[in-house]
Design a protein around this ligand. Structure first.
Ligand SMILES: [Zn+2]
Length: 297
């Protein structure tokens, strides 16, 4: 069994005047095959990191592609995105024949000429590997979950926690589902519900904590393989900038549709109630001074 993995990632604020060039990637994550460190994932590289650790035990060969990631700023230069994309796609073509592909993508990257970078990459990857190869993708929930992406991959999973403490855990989930698909144990189908809203959803506050805990509880039973809440990335002027619910189910599209709709309606019902309480500067200072556990007491 042969799997390929690569990363192209950044989080683009399309309103920022700061261009993101290849230099920004070289300052952050610019790793060619075999160069990824063994100690921890780098930004969005968890799928490759996890697959490398599990290849021998789970009985597959990992073919490593390049990993490129940059800190958030403005749009990526067109030529620089195309350079990174074409390098990864050439590696993908050279790695054939393949059984599966694992992409670690942030999901909110925008380049000049490409509103949907990840959709472009996945569409081209699918054209290279064909319909029979299982494509699994990990995204940050602050992403633009476009229909083009969903129609060009088999399994999509987002981190559940914000702050993002579960990047590696969700990459493990992704690899599990890709391997189970390749072994013929499951047939993933995906459903998306469009919540048509923009918001901030920290999962440490009670409402979202409860929602995420229910998402976890739904997985692994009644044919539900994975549930993701797409928070959206609000600082982008792209057509499909919205919060969505994504459900991956085992073969039963109607079940996936029903659950995505139910959770999506629940998500919409929390509109405006998931934000932290923001204090004015004066109230913030007063609250700090009134705090009984002040360090200087
Ligand atoms: Zn994020």
């Amino acid at each position: 069994m042969r799997l390929f993995s690569a990363t192209i990632a950044t989080e683009t604020n399309t309103f920022s005047p700061l261009p993101t060039s290849i230099e920004a990637f070289k300052e952050s994550v610019f790793l060619r095959p075999g160069e990824h460190p063994d100690d921890a994932p780098r930004m969005c590289t968890a799928p490759l990191f996890v697959a490398r650790k599990r290849a021998a035990k789970d009985g597959f060969t990992l073919i490593e592609g390049s990993c490129f990631a940059a800190s958030p700023a403005g749009k990526v230069n067109q030529a620089d995105y195309e350079f990174m994309r074409d390098e990864v796609l050439a590696q993908l073509r050279a790695a054939l024949p393949l059984d599966g592909v694992l992409f670690g993508l942030h999901g909110a990257m925008v380049a000049h000429g490409y509103d949907d970078v990840e959709g472009d990459l996945l569409e081209r990857a699918r054209a290279i590997v064909g319909a029979g190869v299982v494509i699994g993708v990990e995204h940050d929930p602050h992403c633009h979950m476009t229909l083009k992406r969903i129609s060009n991959c088999d399994i999509m999973i987002c981190y559940k926690e914000f702050p993002h403490t579960d990047v590696a855990d969700r990459a493990e989930d992704l690899l599990d589902l890709v391997l189970r698909t390749l072994r013929g144990e499951i047939k993933p189908v995906m459903s998306l519900y469009d919540c048509r809203q923009i918001g901030s959803y920290p999962t440490t506050l009670p409402l979202m904590r409860g929602f995420v805990d229910r998402m976890f509880a739904l997985e692994g039973r009644d044919g539900i393989l994975s549930v993701s809440a797409i928070h959206c990335f609000p600082y982008a002027d792209v057509p499909e900038m919205t919060s969505r619910i994504l459900v991956v189910a085992d073969g039963d599209k109607a079940r996936a549709d029903a659950l995505a709709t139910r959770l999506g309606e629940e998500f919409v019902s929390m509109r405006g109630k998931t934000m932290p309480q923001f204090l004015t500067p004066a109230d913030g200072v007063k609250a700090a001074m009134d705090e009984p556990a002040r360090a200087d007491r």
